[in-house]
Ligand binder design. Structure first.
Ligand code: SF4
Length: 369
């Protein structure tokens, strides 16, 4: 799905609260996709197909490597469809799914994609599926839904849903819970004015930055002066001298800084994986665990040593075998064992483990041969 580089539904709250973040986020490398994001995309696409009367086969429907299993269908899609039945018990809802919406000349380059926009009687409906299990999303005063409502009202393909509507219902369906908030076209118009103002400020060179809850999902955290300034202040602060109010204040900052640290490490790891240099850091193999090269062969050898090689129908690990062999003072042959690392990790440059040539860096180097 394409995203506006200025502001979209999911970034509306951040841009309104911190207009300076637009320029900072543009300086960051693109965020790599994750299994969680891919799972969300698969579920969004699956429910969109179902609501468009296209048939999908549970157990076969896929997005990238993620399959719509029976379990996922029951846990997410079936509950989401039930929620829609509750919202529209008599089947009066007329709707469109997965529609690109924008603001035209009012805000060029600002657009998003709605999950579902529809109409029941005098009420327009703007609905968003949230298939993640983590953070609970409220519908009331939800900037993402207000963004979609405002943009949909200006989009030719969806104007019909708002024509003459006296109410606009914003709905978050986050299985197993549905949250609903009814507002007015006037509230959406006020939101749109706030958005236009924020986008205008964001285009200025000295657009202000403002820290808050919205920082949580901001990709610019690692380079944000608000965050790095907080780190400097935290480092200089003598914890023992903190009064209780300052301590409470700092605990809040600590949450933001924990996210900042996580994003900072992820950024450095991603850059190193792409072959970039991060002074003082390198990629190294995570601790390697030995495993049998051929479990059958290893079992035969252990039996010959009078050692039971199985542990509840499993071949014992090389470490367990070594422990057993100690009793008979027999060494484990090198050719039965191989050390396999579970991946790379970030480490200081003086870490004793050897630096790993990143796969991408290696491919680039090999392509030059
Ligand atoms: S981290 Fe917070 S303060 Fe910094 S740019 Fe992002 S939203 Fe603004």
């Amino acid at each position: 799905m394409q995203h506006s580089s200025i502001v979209g539904g999911s970034t509306a709250k951040r841009v309104i609260s911190c207009p300076g973040s637009v320029a900072l986020v543009k300086k960051m490398p693109p965020q790599p996709s994750s299994v969680y994001a891919d799972k969300g995309t698969m579920l969004h696409e699956a429910i969109s197909e179902i609501l468009s009367d296209k048939s999908i086969i549970v157990g076969q429907y896929k997005y990238k490597d993620i399959t719509l299993t029976e379990e996922l269908y029951a846990e997410k899609i079936a509950i989401a469809l039930d929620a829609l039945d509750e919202i529209d018990p008599h089947g009066d809802l007329v709707y469109e799914v997965e529609t690109r919406v924008g603001f035209g000349d009012l805000l060029p380059g600002v657009f998003g994609s709605t999950d579902l926009v529809g109409r029941i009687g005098d009420r327009a409906l703007v609905l968003d599926w949230k298939f993640g299990d983590g953070v609970v999303v409220e519908a009331e005063e939800n900037a993402q839904l207000m963004f979609y409502a405002a943009a949909a009202m200006r989009t030719e393909a969806l104007k019909w849903a708002f024509d003459g509507a006296t109410e606009i219902e914003c709905v978050i369906v986050q299985p197993p819970v549905t949250r609903r908030w009814v507002t007015t076209p006037e509230r959406i118009a006020t939101f749109e004015r706030e958005l236009v103002r924020a986008v205008k400020i964001a285009s200025q060179e000295d657009a202000p930055l403002a820290q808050g809850e919205h920082c949580r999902w901001c990709a610019a955290k690692p380079i944000c002066p608000q965050m790095t300034g907080a780190v400097d202040r935290a480092i200089k602060q003598q914890i023992v001298n903190l009064d209780i109010d300052t301590l409470a204040q700092h605990l809040h900052t600590a949450d933001l800084l924990e996210d900042w640290i996580k994003d900072l490490r992820a950024l450095a790891f991603g850059l190193l994986e792409q072959g970039a240099t991060v002074p003082g850091y390198k990629l190294v193999q995570k601790q390697a665990r030995r495993q049998w090269v051929d479990e059958g062969k290893a079992a035969q050898w252990l039996i010959a040593q009078k050692i039971n090689p199985t542990k509840v129908a499993e071949v014992i690990s090389p470490a367990q075998a070594e422990k057993e062999l100690k009793k008979s003072k027999v060494a484990l042959p090198d050719d039965l064992v191989v050390a396999v690392s579970s991946g790379t990790t970030l480490a200081p440059v003086d870490d004793p483990r050897p630096a790993v040539q990143s796969f991408i860096g290696l491919s680039k180097a090999l392509s030059k041969l």
